[in-house]
Design a protein around this ligand. Structure first.
Ligand code: WT7
Length: 676
């Protein structure tokens, strides 16, 4: 329970942050939210007028209908928006955790992305505009993409692949990755994409878990001018993954590879002379479309399984609603297809909408820090979707890079992956968006399949750092440990109270773990995402990060993300990671790892930052330690691994699993920078 606003709030409001930290929260298990952000950015009238969803009333009507009559809402959309070989009988069967959607229907995701567009003016429209890291480019129209996908579907079948088989794709960001995905979908094989940064052991684990029959890879991939030895990694993995019978190898870099006779085949040899006619398999709505492994906090990775019709409807509709996609748009999502963002928002969502999707192979700072902005200028990109970790890097690299390029084609910006710090949001808004582009901060997960909570760019007035409101069909709540709903401004656990078509169906091969991990906490009633959140006075959602990252300082449960945002609002700070460490008096103390914008400053600066956080948030959140560093441990998708920082803060050796770490040298560097 909270009392009213405080007198000093005005002072903090002027800086974009305020504090209500002194407010007593009587819920012992609630998370106290201390970050307060009151800047509001309403969409321009011209934007709203043209938007796919264009008014608050329209949004509310959709949302309410979807909540009260989910089968009517989703059933109508599925009938209208999906191409069926055979119509479904039931919109939804069962309840969480085990819901089935559009049962009795026959459908194909590849047909939904390709064939149906060939009967329209989209036939000769660019489906994929690809830019390689070395500067080579390719454009595939819908017709050309269809042609390649059909050929590769025939290739896969000749290699013995059948509907229901699992196929591992371990490839660079090249059009053939999208071609391979769609070819798998076309024959009903379930693809399991492994991000190109993973090691041979990680590939072997995933091959074994999925019992993959085929692997599609490339000789190598380009990353900052260096060749990543993809095929060599696959070779090593196959020593430990006996289920794999055959390997298809795309020639990308031209590097040397060992080809094992009767096991390994060149992509181009198999494709040569292959027929471009292929009839898409007529698959059940619940046919498994893909497995995507996501790291668990402990133990082996979780094979999140998505099925066909529900996932496709979710990907298609959320792309249209959130990115306001129009036929004339050039849309670019910078994610790697190795992550779910690339699955849903480079391939399936955009292509199902008949959009033009830009795909870039390489790093944002190759050959220099202007590469992304150069690509936007070159292709006149209209919609740009990236991650906060990238945005913080852009800020660190300096405004001179975006300023060198014409970014005036942009009309909409998106963010995904973690909470975006308000100051990073403001920079994105000003420097990239020219203060004219709405920003959609999209909250979702590998498990949710598509965006769940996000502004609608023509409707929602945005607040920096808030993912705002649930999309139609999404009914979240913020609850306490007992599952009781919390009031406005009370921080708690973010749950979903109703099923949605694009939710995961299981963890591959371990349904018990699926039920336990996502539904165990509230006895099967709610889907629990693992994130903390609060709703503000206007009902806006503010995600507070993973609940595992919450720290308990003198009995106050604080979100580390909010302390990080306070740090990042100081001009000295480029990036910050905050963790708790055992503290004799407070239970947990606050330890801040800080990457400065320039050189590592003198120790005085630490005091300055401690004072700053105290001013921004309140005495409660006064950091006990500030440690300057030049690097933070991150996963390959850019998430800070706070678990490893906790060990360092506590002076322990890291015991847990570090296989998902992007750069192993960071740990040693961090200890060197911050200890001693
Ligand atoms: C976790 C899911 C969703 C695709 C990429 C990551 C965090 C993601 C946001 C956001 C605050 C966010 C959550 C979530 N997250 N987007 N807009 N605001 N937090 O997929 O690897 O499955 O990670 O990322 O903590 O649970 P993922």
């Amino acid at each position: 329970m909270r009392t009213g606003p405080i007198a000093s709030q005005r002072f903090f409001l002027s800086r974009g942050l305020s504090t209500d930290s002194y407010l007593l929260n009587l819920m012992s298990d609630a998370i106290e939210s201390v970050l307060h952000e009151d800047r509001l950015f309403a969409p321009a009238a011209e934007f709203s007028a043209r938007a796919n969803i264009s008014s608050q009333a329209q949004y509310e009507a959709m949302w309410q209908r979807a909540k009260d009559d989910p089968t009517g809402f989703w059933g109508d959309l599925a009938t209208k928006e999906l191409d069926w070989f055979q119509p479904f009988e039931h919109v939804m069967e069962g309840d969480m955790p085990d819901t089935k959607w559009f049962t009795g229907g026959k459908i194909n995701a590849s047909y939904q992305c390709l064939d149906r567009h060939l009967k329209t003016a989209r036939k000769n429209k660019a489906a994929i505009i690809w830019e390689g890291e070395p500067g080579d480019t390719r454009t595939l129209t819908y017709q050309q993409l269809h042609h390649e996908v059909c050929k590769f579907a025939n290739v896969l079948q000749k290699l013995g692949a059948e509907a229901g088989d699992r196929i591992t794709l371990y490839m660079p960001m090249v059009p053939e990755l999208a071609i391979a995905m769609l070819a798998c979908a076309r024959i009903g094989a379930t693809h399991s994409i492994i991000f190109g940064g993973f090691s041979a052991d990680a590939i072997a684990d995933r091959n074994n878990d999925a019992q993959a029959k085929l692997v599609v890879t490339a000789d190598g991939g380009w990353r900052r001018g260096k060749e990543i030895p993809l095929k060599a990694n696959v070779d090593k993995s196959l020593e430990k993954s006996p289920s794999v019978e055959k390997v298809v190898v795309l020639r990308r870099t031209g590097g040397d590879v060992d080809m094992v006779p009767d096991r390994d085949y060149w992509w181009h040899d198999l494709m040569e002379g292959e027929s471009a006619d292929h009839e898409a398999a007529q698959l059940d709505s619940e046919h498994p479309l893909f497995i995507l492994y996501t790291s668990g906090s402990t133990g082996k990775p979780k094979g999140v399984l998505h099925t066909t019709a529900g996932y496709m409807l979710g990907a298609q509709m959320t792309t249209r609603w959130v990115f306001d996609l129009k036929d004339e748009d050039t849309y670019w999502c910078t994610a790697d297809i190795g992550w779910v963002t690339g699955h849903s928002y480079i391939v399936y969502g955009p292509l199902a909408n008949g959009a033009t999707s830009v795909m870039y192979e390489g790093a944002p700072n190759w050959p220099d820090e202007g590469r992304f902005w150069e690509i936007i200028e070159k292709y006149r990109v209209n919609i740009f979707y990236t991650a906060p970790t990238a945005i913080r890097a852009f800020i660190k690299w300096g405004d001179q890079w975006p300023q060198k390029y014409d970014l005036s084609s942009l009309r909409l910006l998106g963010s995904v992956g973690e909470p975006i710090n308000p100051e990073a949001w403001m920079w994105y808004h000003r420097t990239i968006g020219g203060e004219r582009c709405p920003i959609v901060d999209t909250w979702w997960q590998t498990e949710t399949g598509g965006i769940m909570i996000s502004p609608l760019p023509g409707v929602t007035a945005t607040k920096p750092g808030s993912c705002t409101m649930p999309l139609p069909g999404v009914v979240p709540a913020v609850v306490n440990e007992q599952g009781e709903p919390l009031g406005l401004n009370e921080g708690g656990l973010l749950v979903m109270t109703q099923p949605w078509p694009h939710m995961l169906r299981t963890l591959y091969g371990d349904h018990e773990r699926f039920v336990d991990v996502y539904f165990g906490k509230f006895g099967g009633k709610y889907y629990f995402a693992g994130d903390g959140a609060r709703r503000d006075k206007d009902g806006y959602y503010w995600v507070l990060g993973r609940v595992d990252d919450v720290i308990n300082v003198s009995g106050h449960r604080l979100s580390t993300m909010e302390v990080e945002s306070a740090l990042v609002s100081h001009p000295l700070v480029a990036e910050a990671a905050v963790v708790g460490f055992p503290h004799e008096l407070k239970g947990e103390g606050i330890c801040c790892f800080v990457i400065p914008k320039g050189e590592i400053p003198a120790d005085e600066a630490k005091k300055e930052l401690i004072k700053h956080v105290r001013e921004q948030i309140g005495a409660l959140a006064t950091p006990d330690q500030v440690r300057f560093t030049t690097a933070l441990p991150k996963t390959r998708s850019g998430k800070i691994m706070r678990r490893l920082l906790r060990d360092i803060a506590a002076g322990k050796e890291s015991a847990g699993d570090t296989t998902t770490l992007e750069d192993f040298s960071v740990l040693a560097k961090l200890r060197e920078d911050t200890e001693g």
